[in-house]
Design a protein around this ligand. Structure first.
Ligand SMILES: NC(=O)c1ccc[n+]([C@@H]2O[C@H](COP(=O)([O-])OP(=O)(O)OC[C@H]3O[C@@H](n4cnc5c(N)ncnc54)[C@H](O)[C@@H]3O)[C@@H](O)[C@H]2O)c1
Length: 264
């Protein structure tokens, strides 16, 4: 069990997977730096952790992680408060789609929305790794990037087809492919500092951005060998496994998707 001196930074902490990650890390004895742009969810998470784990130190930062300036300031605040960190989890992300849950066809993606998705999902991972490197290096911390199965498969095949592989749009999928690739480059570069860099690629996780209407979910489940969506807890279980793996899995992306995509 980790001692109370360990510290984890979680981005997108106010979301579905981020809340689950933060709670588990608190129960493992980590102090938390929870980062999100969603002030209300961030406050709710802070209260939850205080109630469930009163011994946990929680630093909640309302930060847009796609802004260099805000990330630089956040890294300084964390440095002043904790000196070093043991884990950086780059979990924040956005997945714009049509209101009925179907993906946006690539040719209909707004140019500015393309930039927003790339900045939020990919540039932010670069910025967090770059500006938190100093606090990570101090304790030989670990980096875990939350990618997506869509980063390996690409998105859908037709405007009216909702599967296979089409719950996201092309910009989201491309951004997550970037996260998987960046994970490999950073893993090579950071190995001399004994800092492993891993990615977890969920399939469809219930709740959060995996929220779809019932008929969509029914169709989705038919495509998945286990006929189940994933749960945030399964993502957290994979993370806790990675925390035990040292440098052996650095650079790897672990797919967690109930057999929906098996790589190759
Ligand atoms: N839910 C799924 O089915 C699924 C599948 C594959 C991958 N993922 C990935 O898992 C991660 C978490 O997803 P989730 O389902 O919990 O989504 P979510 O929408 O519940 O949470 C995402 C969080 O990120 C925050 N965020 C967005 N932009 C931000 C920014 N610029 N700065 C700081 N915070 C920001 C949001 O406020 C939100 O709290 C994402 O990276 C997502 O791409 C999710």
């Amino acid at each position: 069990m980790a001692s109370g001196q360990l510290t984890a930074v979680v981005t997108g902490a106010g979301g579905t997977i981020g809340t689950c990650l933060s709670s588990r890390l608190a129960s493992m004895g980590y102090n938390l730096v929870v980062i999100d742009t969603h002030k209300i969810n961030l406050g709710a998470l802070q209260s939850k952790i205080h109630t469930e784990h009163p011994e946990t130190q929680v630093l909640a930062l309302e930060v847009n992680i796609s802004s260099s300036q805000e990330v630089i300031q956040a890294a300084q605040v964390v440095q002043d408060r904790f000196n070093g960190i043991d884990i950086l989890i780059n979990n924040a992300g956005i997945s714009p789609k049509l209101s009925n849950g179907k993906r946006i066809p690539a040719l209909d993606i707004d140019d500015q929305e393309w930039d927003l998705v790339m900045q939020t999902n990919l540039k932010s991972v670069f910025l967090m790794c770059k500006y938190f490197f100093g606090v990570l290096k101090a304790k030989e911390g670990k980096i875990i990037n939350i990618a997506s199965m869509m980063g390996a498969t690409g998105s859908g095949v037709g405007t009216h087809q909702i599967f296979p592989y089409s719950v996201s749009a092309a910009h989201y999928s491309a951004s997550k492919a970037g996260v998987i690739n960046l994970t490999k480059s950073l893993a090579r570069e950071f190995s001399e500092f004994n800092i492993p860099v891993y990615a977890i690629a969920p399939g469809a996780v219930s709740g959060g951005m995996g929220k779809f209407d019932e008929s969509f979910i029914k169709n989705l489940k038919e495509q998945i060998p286990s006929h189940q969506l994933g749960t945030p807890e399964e993502i957290v279980n994979t993370l806790t496994f990675l925390l035990t793996s040292g440098m052996s899995l650095t650079g790897q992306t672990i797919h967690v998707n109930h057999g929906w995509f098996m790589g190759g």
